[in-house]
Every structure is written in C-alpha cells, then in structure tokens.
Design a protein around this ligand. Structure first.
Ligand code: SAM
Length: 289
C-alpha cells in the first residue's frame, strides 16, 4: 500500500526532532515555513528538551508542548496593527513603525538558545526600538538596552513600560490634552528632525502626568499618527485616537493574560548613550552575546 505523502510541516518537524535524544511531544506554529525559522526552532528545542514545562513558557516557534498551548501562543494572540502570523507586531511591538527592528519571535528563540535565565541579564547595546527588551521582559528576564538615538530610547522605554501599566493609568490623561501638548510643540518647532522633537519634550513632558511612564506613552502614538498624516494624509487627530485606543486594548488584554498565566515580568533599564563607552558595574550580571 502506498503511504500518504507527508506535509511540509511534518517533514520540518521530523528534521527538528532528529538529534533530540528523547521523544518530545511538540507542535510547531502553522506559519513556520522558512529555513531560518526551522533552524531557530531546532536550536531553541535543542537547549530546552530536558525541561519541557519551562520550554512551554518560553518557546518562540512551538504552538504546543506536551499537548498544552505555549505561552507564545497566547502572547502573540494579542494582535497589533499589521500583524500576520506569530512573528511580528504582537503585544506592544507594533506601537511605532521602525523598519530596522528584529523579528521578535526570532530574538526570543535566540534568547532561548543562549539559555538566558534569571538572574542573568540581557544586554542589547544597540537596542533600537526595544524588541529584545520586550521579549526578555515577558520571559521574566531583566535587561539593559543602550542606544545613542533618543527616539530609540523613547520607543524602547514606552514599549516596555506599557506592559507594567493599566488602561486606567493610560486613561488618566485626557486625550485632547496629550494631543495638544505634542501638536503645539510641533507647530512651535516647525520643520525639525524626530530626534530634536523628542529631545525638546523631555523636560516638559511631566506636565502631562507625574508618572513619567504615562506621560511618555502618548508621544509614539502622536509620532505614528504624524507619520500616517505625512505619508498617507490620514487625519492627525483620528490617527492619534486610533493608536491610543489600539494600545489601550493591547494593555488591557495583556493585563488579563499576565494574571491568568501568572507571568513574572523582567525589569528593564534603558540608557541613552554611546555603547562603546557605557561602563557596567561588576554586580550587573550582564551576559554578553
Ligand atoms: C538596527 S538598529 C537595532 C534595532 C533593534 N534590534 C530593534 O529590534 O529595534 C541599530 C541601532 O543601533 C544604534 N547605534 C548605532 N551606533 C551606536 C552606538 N555607538 N551606541 C549606541 N547605539 C548605537 C542606532 O541608533 C540604532 O537604533
């Protein structure tokens, strides 16, 4: 009798499991199809096959482990603007369009392959929009991110801080007040770079809220709306409102998930400066990679 042809997903899984010394019950996400994704899935499993319950909580590429949904399944289900599959844009990753960022799923698998565990810390010396820090945080790992560009440190801080805030915190500043704060600033500065715009807000931003994390959060929403206004002529106020509503929805869903899964989040320390000259204290437990 002829055997039924095997699907690509089955063949990929066979290849991944080849070399794992015991039989493990795992299922890949359906959208894992590229060679680099299969390779990363193999690498993360090769590090964690002897502790599958921990692996279920931290895997990036497996939908199920031992017959139960992985944490990444739930986390990547908190969908953001433009999300397709489980790779990008979930959680707070979508909150500002930054073209040069990592795929969050990829960096999560690499953190697994490195085998990073508390109390070790992740150091990203070129943190950009903070992708690695968001992933480390949801995995319960503390991290330090450095960037020379103030727009990048702002994005990184906001994307991580949002995971510690509640919708009530974010609603504490009236939307109009936040919008007019940044809009006045834009008119006053005229044509300027993003870096100058962000630098000029730094001191005055606490006028919006005494909680700096809340005050800061509106800025990427405004800049995102400004980018849509500039490139696709989308109404600025409408775009701003939509971004705020969407991020509050993200925060609300994550708050519930955090409780359900009893997630312990890592702490994040974002520093602005040149990574070539930022000194580290001996007790910082930084694992460089
Ligand atoms: C490709 S981006 C990193 C993107 C990041 N992996 C992410 O997912 O968003 C590189 C970053 O390195 C920063 N950078 C370049 N030279 C630097 C330096 N000497 N010190 C600190 N940051 C630097 C840039 O400002 C830029 O944000």
């Amino acid at each position: 009798m002829l055997e039924a042809p095997r699907s690509m997903a089955e063949l990929i899984l066979d290849w991944i499991l080849n070399g794992i010394p015991i039989r493990v019950d795992v299922k890949l996400f359906d959208d894992v199809s590229l060679i680099y994704e299969a390779q990363l899935a193999k690498m993360e499993l090769s590090k964690w096959w002897d502790d599958l319950e921990s692996f279920r909580k931290r895997t990036a590429y497996f939908e199920e482990v031992n017959g139960k949904k992985s944490y990444h399944y739930f986390i990547s289900d908190i969908k953001g603007k433009g999300q397709i599959g489980r790779t990008c844009q979930y959680l707070t990753h979508w909150h500002y369009p930054y073209k040069a960022k990592f795929h969050p799923q990829m960096i999560k698998a690499l953190i697994n392959w490195i085998g990073l565990k508390k109390p070790q810390k992740l150091l990203d010396p070129f943190v950009g929009s903070g992708t690695a820090l968001v992933e480390a945080k949801t995995m319960g790992i503390d991290s330090i991110g450095i960037d020379i560009n103030p727009v990048c440190t702002l994005m990184s801080r906001v994307k991580c801080d949002l995971l510690d805030l509640s919708p009530e915190d974010l609603n504490s500043v009236p939307m109009e007040k936040a919008f007019h704060f940044f809009d006045r600033k834009r008119r006053k500065l005229g044509h300027t770079s993003l870096e100058k715009f962000v630098e000029n807000n730094t001191e005055r931003i606490v006028q919006l809220s005494s909680d700096e994390r809340v005050a800061r959060f509106y800025e990427p929403s405004y800049l995102y709306a400004l980018s849509d206004f500039t490139y696709v002529k989308k109404d600025l106020w409408k775009g701003f409102n939509e971004n705020i509503d969407a991020i509050i929805d993200t925060v609300e869903k994550f708050g519930k998930l955090e409780e359900e899964l009893r997630l312990e989040l890592g702490n994040v320390d974002v520093r602005e400066g040149d990574a070539r000259s930022v000194p580290f204290k001996d007790d910082e437990n930084v694992k460089c990679s």
